[in-house]
Design a protein around this ligand. Structure first.
Ligand code: GCW
Length: 672
């Protein structure tokens, strides 16, 4: 087993133990469920690690000096005012007269979340006598997707190998539990443990070959309030039986799924459901049989419904065999073209999972128009916490600001249909909706490769719990619970807070995307995908650059948006400038709102991006000696790799456009 650290649960020892903490010597909890036991354990761990105080569990007749974990009742209501916690919400308050701290919820899972929240609060703000924290999670499903393969590698994994699998075997050890603690501490309640690209071997995860071990992981997850889900292979009946097709309307296929599903629930009664990538990048799906995605998803949904399971169906369906000469086929259109027409046709336990943008997790994309196109369908929003196109956990790129933009985006399906209102269920009144994140974890000792990438994992979960939190609040919170020293907290905050903008500056400009090395997706290669089949073109020539996605001259993509977006994106003048090249072919001498020409903007931002990394490195150097040397060195090493990468991006992009356009940098800096 690789060594592992505790990330944001590595509670730092407090220098001073406050009086109210010194008075506490017991934890009281009436429930004996596994989740409640873990809540009690978490109180003991935190008291010991943070304050050096060993406490014991006491019976409920003890009247003072306790942390009391309980099911919410009228007594708590007196303190909570008009607020009532739901099953995953909590109320936390302090009763001065007897020095008790109360954590109350409608369920044990909510109590557990409340315990984690309590100690976060104590570390960051300390406690006031009138402390009252009332919170319900805003998003019902807060899901993590692993792209882990049973061979042990992770698709787009940048933090070592899988901690779930090694050499086709399932691993269950202390790390599994630590992982469940970490996820539970920030309110994650659903996890898929295998890649959406389900190979032959992972197809067998739903069979007796692996089910009893999957159950063990599920039990650990359950004891922290998390349900386990599996990615499945739509062609499983073909892979695992004699049936020669996977047509969703074939009775034999349906019967096969019924039997397989009944067996899964026999072994794992609390199994969450299936995640499906179908007809996407070579995966099997209903299209082969002339069936729609509604027919495909509904077949599985009906099979799993009697057990309370759900089917999460991904909308990442597009033609990945395009011809670069063809200017009409537009990958950005694909999600909407394939799914908007199916609105209202899905079973109520089907959820469509939509990537935040219409392409593929680039540093800048518009919000997928599909969010505004589906009004009668359950939706999960999919983010990529793993930094596939955003620096691969070598480059620092704090993604929370980008996710906030997506959540706040108003689709104008109605006046109030922001993405966050849709995925929280507020907009259309549905309970089955949420956010899923492709995780950035692996078996590296610090879990996320770059120490600062943990801020993305943490931030993702915090946003799922409360999308109203600001990027700044989340970054500060994470830095405060991760690091003890004030200067370290401050400098780390300053390093990460604008790092998304820095990354954008030195990579692909104004929403154009890609320009990366094919396959690896790290490092610059301006024409890397330009003549390829993936449909990701920048179309640069000697006069300008950009994709024309207008109705008038281009692919017609802008029409997929509701008004006023459709008109705004259709016209160059009203297109948000950061997305200019996503929507319009633009000449190099086009003047931006800053007064700069497009070409000068490209040169300037690229040089600025590199300069900003140098500032980040200086800030890190200031904390040498204030963090553990091992941590200092591994972060420093990655920052230098980032500097190298940024310089390479800057020089290649600038040189490329200088050679294309023949226009010099007006500041006369070196372009090769
Ligand atoms: O962007 C692509 C990635 C693939 C990934 C796919 C997807 C799991 O490069 O590695 O496959 O997205 O989201 O399905």
């Amino acid at each position: 087993m690789n060594e592992f650290e505790k990330c944001w649960l590595n509670y730092n020892r407090a220098d001073i133990v406050p009086e109210y903490i010194k008075q506490i010597d017991t934890v009281i909890c009436e429930s004996n469920s596994h989740i409640a036991e873990n809540a009690v354990n978490e109180v003991c761990i935190a008291m010991k690690d943070i304050y050096g105080i060993e406490i014991n569990r006491a019976s409920s007749d003890k009247t003072n000096g306790s942390i009391i974990l309980k099911i919410f009742d009228e007594n708590d209501q007196k303190y909570a005012g008009t607020f009532t916690p739901d099953k995953e919400g909590y109320v936390i308050y302090f009763v001065k007269e007897n020095n008790n701290i109360i954590v109350a919820s409608a369920s044990d899972a909510g109590v557990l979340y409340g315990v984690f929240r309590l100690f976060r609060e104590l570390i960051i703000h300390g406690m006031s006598e009138d402390m009252l924290i009332c919170e319900n999670p805003q998003i019902p499903f807060r899901m993590i997707n692993h792209w882990d393969n049973m061979a042990g590698d992770i698709e787009r994994g940048y933090s070592g190998n899988s901690f779930f699998y090694d050499d086709y075997k399932i691993i269950i050890d202390d790390r599994t539990k630590m992982y469940a603690r970490l996820m539970s501490s920030v309110g994650i309640n659903a996890i898929t443990i295998n890649n959406v690209n389900v190979h032959k071997i992972e197809t067998e995860l739903i069979t007796d070959t692996y089910l009893s071990e999957v159950k063990q992981i599920s039990d650990i997850f359950n004891s922290y309030g998390i349900k386990l889900y599996l990615s499945i292979n739509f062609a499983a009946p073909m892979e695992l039986s004699d049936i020669d097709n996977c047509d969703p309307l074939n009775e034999d296929v349906v019967a096969w799924w019924e039997k397989a599903t009944a067996h899964i629930y026999e072994i794992i009664p609390n199994f969450g459901g299936f995640l499906v990538k179908a007809d996407s990048e070579g995966r099997p799906g209903p299209f082969t049989y002339g069936r729609t995605h509604a027919e495909g998803a509904n077949m599985l949904a009906r099979v799993i419904k009697p057990y309370g399971g759900i089917v999460v169906w991904r909308c990442f369906v597009y033609n990945c065999r395009q011809d670069w000469r063809d200017r009409k086929t537009d990958r950005a259109r694909a999600g909407y073209d394939n799914f908007a027409g199916l609105d209202g046709q899905f079973e109520d336990n089907v959820i469509l999972q939509i990537k935040n943008g219409p392409m593929d997790f680039q540093i800048r994309e518009p919000v997928s128009p599909l969010f505004g196109g589906l009004k009668a369908t359950n939706i999960f929003l999919e983010f990529q916490i793993a930094q596939e196109y955003t620096g691969q956990q070598i480059d620092i790129c704090y993604l929370v600001p980008m996710w906030k933009e997506v959540l706040d985006f108003n689709t104008y399906a109605t006046e109030t249909a922001t993405v966050k209102n849709i995925v929280s269920g507020k907009e259309y009144g549905n309970a089955v909706c949420g956010i899923a994140g492709v995780t950035n974890t692996g078996n590296d000792s610090n879990w996320t490769g770059h120490d600062f990438s943990a801020a993305n994992l943490y931030g993702f979960a915090r946003l799922c719990f409360n999308p109203e939190l600001s990027s700044e609040e989340i970054a500060k919170e994470w830095a405060a619970i991760t690091y003890k020293d004030d200067l370290v907290r401050k400098n780390v905050y300053e390093i990460i807070i604008d790092s998304r903008s820095t990354y954008e500056k030195y990579t692909s400009p104004l929403g154009i995307g890609w320009m990366v090395n094919p396959n690896s997706h790290y490092g610059p290669f301006v024409d890397g995908y330009e003549y390829d089949r993936w449909g990701t073109y920048h179309r640069a020539d000697r006069n300008g650059i950009g994709q024309d996605r207008t109705v008038k001259y281009g692919t017609g993509y802008t029409a997929q948006y509701n008004e006023p977006w459709a008109t705004r994106y259709e016209n160059v003048e009203t297109t948000p400038e950061e997305l200019l090249l996503f929507f319009h072919y633009t000449k190099y001498d086009y003047v931006l709102s800053t007064g700069k020409t497009l070409i000068q903007h490209i040169y300037d931002t690229h040089f600025e991006g590199v300069d900003e990394i140098n500032v980040m490195i200086d800030k890190w150097k200031e904390v040498k000696g204030l963090v553990d040397d091992k941590i200092y060195e591994r972060v420093y090493e990655r920052m230098n790799r980032q500097l190298y990468n940024a310089t390479e991006w800057c020089d290649r992009v600038n040189t490329y456009f200088y050679r294309m356009s023949g226009i010099s940098d007006e500041k006369g800096r070196t372009i090769y």
